[in-house]
Design a protein around this ligand. Structure first.
Ligand code: AHM
Ligand code: MG
Length: 344
């Protein structure tokens, strides 16, 4: 490296932050108003705050549970609560944001703004992978953005606006609080990845237009549930262990964000089908499966519930669950063929 290349000032000039990236994308779409960057700005601020809390969790005394049970019937961790509050606070005053729908709350919250109704709906899982918080394993935030269609007020009208299929998402993404804090997002024009530089507190572009390998060598599933998996999935997992498959590796973290992030970068497949414990699947369609499916498809991958494309599913309720098979195109297709033959 020459002196000129290693000069920190020159390097800083080459860095692209997420704000610059979003503005460039916006310029490429002349009809865009800037409202959307305002929304994403609030979200990136919130995830930086969450990241700071996750990094200091053991020192700041925020490990453990709050003692509450959420709408999903699950124990609320202190960090779940901190993450949800950070997102609400950072989005509350952004006029473009009209509705917030959290995995932690039973109903969507309509935001009142002095100058009218915000046009975007943010659906999110504030801290995914809660069971991993206390053991220092990667967790994440997942988000999906929809546009309001009716702008009507009243509980039922808002729900009608929120319950749109994933294909209508105008943006989706996640942040993984892992060995570094990484944000991945799409607005339907490719998948872009940023790393949080803790020294300057900004997300810096790491890769543009990410593509998932067409086929991978890893499968990711909670195999303890195998006995009650659908036959097609059982057949696939049996095949993965044959010489023919040549050989596959098993990786399961138990944080969707972390399992999906690895699948996006390395290829392979993540499977959470229906089980005896969770007959409709465990993962939430609107705040977990839809955003990941949008990213997977934009990266050249696939996402299905075993019978149909995730993004085409019409949600009947905000916290609806779904089976999820997501990852490299050829791996997902192989599973779907087996599901068709043997049952999904
Ligand atoms: P959470 O949003 O309450 O953390 O639950 C979702 C998590 C996913 O991150 C992960 O894929 C799955 O639950 C793990 O479930 P299991 O422990 O049944 O394997
Ligand atoms: Mg979750």
């Amino acid at each position: 490296m020459t002196d000129r290349q290693s000069d920190p000032a020159r390097q800083a000039g080459r860095l692209r932050t997420i704000t610059q990236h979003i503005m460039e994308q916006q310029r490429a779409h002349p009809t865009a108003t800037g409202d959307f960057s305002l929304l994403l700005g609030g979200l990136t601020l919130a995830t930086r705050m969450i990241s700071a809390n996750v990094r200091r969790a053991g020192i700041a005394g925020v490990l453990g549970t709050t003692g509450d049970i959420n709408v999903q019937g699950e124990v609320v961790q202190k960090l779940d609560d901190i993450a949800d509050t950070a997102i609400r606070r950072c989005l509350h005053y952004r006029e473009s944001c009209g509705v917030l729908a959290s995995e932690e709350a039973p109903e969507p919250t309509v935001l009142e703004h002095p100058n009218g109704v915000g046009k975007y709906i943010l659906i999110y899982d504030p801290l995914d992978g809660s069971s991993n918080i206390d053991v220092d394993v990667s967790v994440g935030t997942i988000f999906s953005v929809l546009q309001r269609t009716t702008f009507e007020t009243g509980k039922n009208a808002v729900l009608k606006d929120v319950l749109q299929p994933g294909v209508k998402q105008i943006a989706a993404g996640y942040v993984i609080y892992g060995s570094s804090t990484v944000l991945v997002y799409t607005t339907g024009a490719g998948v872009h990845m940023f790393t949080l530089d803790p020294m300057i507190g900004a997300y810096i572009l790491a890769a543009e237009n990410l593509k998932m390998p067409e086929v991978g060598k890893m499968y990711s599933t909670n195999e303890a549930n195998l006995d009650s998996y659908p036959e097609g999935i059982k057949k696939y997992l049996a095949w993965c262990k044959t010489k023919d498959a040549g050989p596959y590796t098993s990786r399961y973290i138990g944080s969707l964000v972390a399992d999906f992030h690895r699948t996006l970068l390395k290829g392979g497949v993540f499977i959470y089908p229906s089980t005896a414990k969770a007959p409709k699947g465990k993962l939430r369609l609107m705040c977990e499966a839809n955003p990941m499916a949008f990213i997977a498809e934009q990266a050249g991958g696939m996402a299905s519930d075993g019978k149909m494309r995730i993004l085409d599913k019409q949600p009947g309720e905000l916290h609806e669950r779904t089976p999820l098979i997501i990852g490299s195109k050829k791996d997902v297709q192989r599973i779907l063929d087996l599901c068709e033959k043997h049952g999904a």
